[in-house]
Design a protein around this ligand. Structure first.
Ligand code: PMT
Length: 404
């Protein structure tokens, strides 16, 4: 996600400084080139050598740098960065930023850079709440500095409150978001995910192996792309992404009702859910006793959610997923046509390494005009690829509508 991006990390002197080492590692893992500036106080909390080893670059801390070209390291670093991330940002450094103090390398770089600036404040809860700090934060935000955190929780000093540095994963996600093109900006996207559950009696049901990972990854990627997402989820044990509306359902029929409501006024419907094709014709109101040697259950066909949603919404851009165990492409294409979809993502669910419940997937992205094979990758990465493809299709359609 961050290939070729240049991230300059400023570390200031707070206890959360030790967490910055992990941030450096994660950013490099995402492909970024990372350089680190430490304030004098930061070096008291974490040795520069750790950051040097993890970033693969020397650590900068002196304002006057005789090794730098023309002795102006701060200007070179300021120009080099695509993004300046200050994590942790102490109350003291935030105050320096507000007043434009340039008596440290990081202070000077902050003044000299034209790159976006993201800060992850970390301090005692009372300091965070203080009038002076809140005024400084407000001023920085008005200048366009972006904030991640702080969070509420127990603090190193024994206090409890808002002031903990945001978790590293959130900080890295926020860095990625700074570079993400908002390709679905303000689009209304409805996504179904997970399995459905069809009752047999009060204690038993039939379901399938869907974990919800693929659908939740699609929701996350659509949010990253700027969409307003409604996630309609069958029963799963993973947490939904933040910043989306979640509707929890159990049965296919509930999923249909929720989809119909959510698709009213929506731009895109993505059906990742593994919907039960059949339900019991009658659900026993009492637990079925273990008396007979064999029992017979009679099943009735469930509603085809995609087909019904299409009937009600002619202009909706609709993407299905096809779970196949043979002839993936051919069967996928048939579903694309029979359900009158704009695109379908066909995957082979007979494999153990992809499809149901695995962290990775490998698919064919199929429209009426073309098929693209997308190699095996993490569902999160795949979802970003698929959202980019959907955005590309949607934006092409609206371009055509504007011109003809
Ligand atoms: O959740 P994971 O563990 O991450 O697994 C991901 C996945 C394998 C579930 C996902 O990649 C996938 O393939 N989802 C589609 C599962 C499915 O039900 O496929 P299908 O070929 O039976 O149905 C085709 C399409 O019709 C799907 O978009 C489905 O949501 C939809 N459908 C199916 C039945 C029905 N009654 N109504 C529907 O709308």
């Amino acid at each position: 996600m961050l290939t070729n991006k240049r991230i300059l990390i400023g570390i200031t002197g707070g206890i959360a400084a030790y967490k910055s080492a992990e941030i450096v590692r994660s950013l490099r893992h995402e492909g970024a080139e990372v350089r680190v500036i430490m304030t004098k106080a930061a070096k008291e909390f974490i040795p520069p050598l750790t950051l040097q080893a993890l970033s693969g670059n020397r650590v900068y801390s002196e304002l006057i740098d005789i090794d730098a070209e023309a002795g102006m390291g701060h200007i070179e670093l300021a120009k080099w960065a695509d993004l300046l991330l200050i994590a942790p940002a102490t109350a003291n450094f935030i105050s320096d930023m507000t007043y434009g103090k340039a008596d440290s390398l990081l202070g000077s770089v902050h003044l000299a850079t034209t790159a976006d600036i993201l800060i992850a404040p970390a301090m005692n809860q009372a300091m965070w709440k203080s009038d002076a700090n809140q005024t400084n934060i407000g001023l920085l935000e008005r200048r366009g500095v972006k904030l991640i955190g702080p969070e509420e929780g127990p603090q190193a000093c024994g206090d409890f409150g808002v002031g903990r540095m945001a978790p590293n994963t959130e900080i890295v996600k926020s860095v990625i978001e700074q570079f993400t093109v908002q390709s679905l900006c303000s689009k209304k996207v409805v996504i179904t995910a997970g399995p459905t559950r069809e009752a047999i009696d009060p204690v038993r049901y039939i379901t399938n192996r869907s974990s919800g990972k693929m659908g939740y990854a699609m929701a996350e990627a659509a949010i990253e792309a700027g969409a307003h997402v409604t996630l309609i989820s069958g029963p799963v044990s993973i947490s939904p992404p933040e910043r989306c509306s979640v509707v929890n359902v159990e049965t296919a029929s509930e999923m249909y009702e929720a989809s119909l409501t959510a698709c009213d006024g929506a731009d895109i419907f993505i059906a990742t859910a593994a919907v039960a094709d059949y339900r019991c014709e009658t659900i026993s109101s009492k637990k079925i006793k273990r008396t007979a040697d064999t029992i017979t259950l009679k099943f009735k066909k469930n509603i085809d959610i995609l087909a019904e949603i299409r009937r009600a919404n002619r202009d909706l851009y609709m993407v299905g997923f096809a779970a196949e165990t043979e002839n993936t492409e051919i069967n996928g294409y048939q579903k694309l046509r029979s359900k009158n979809l704009n695109a379908i993502v066909a995957n082979d669910v007979s494999r153990a390494d992809v499809g149901f419940d695995s962290d990775e997937n490998e698919v064919h992205w199929m429209t009426r005009k073309s098929v693209t094979h997308i190699n095996k990758k993490l569902k999160e990465q795949l979802a970003r690829n698929l959202i980019a493809k959907i955005a590309n299709e949607i934006n092409t359609i609206s371009l055509c509508e504007r011109h003809f």
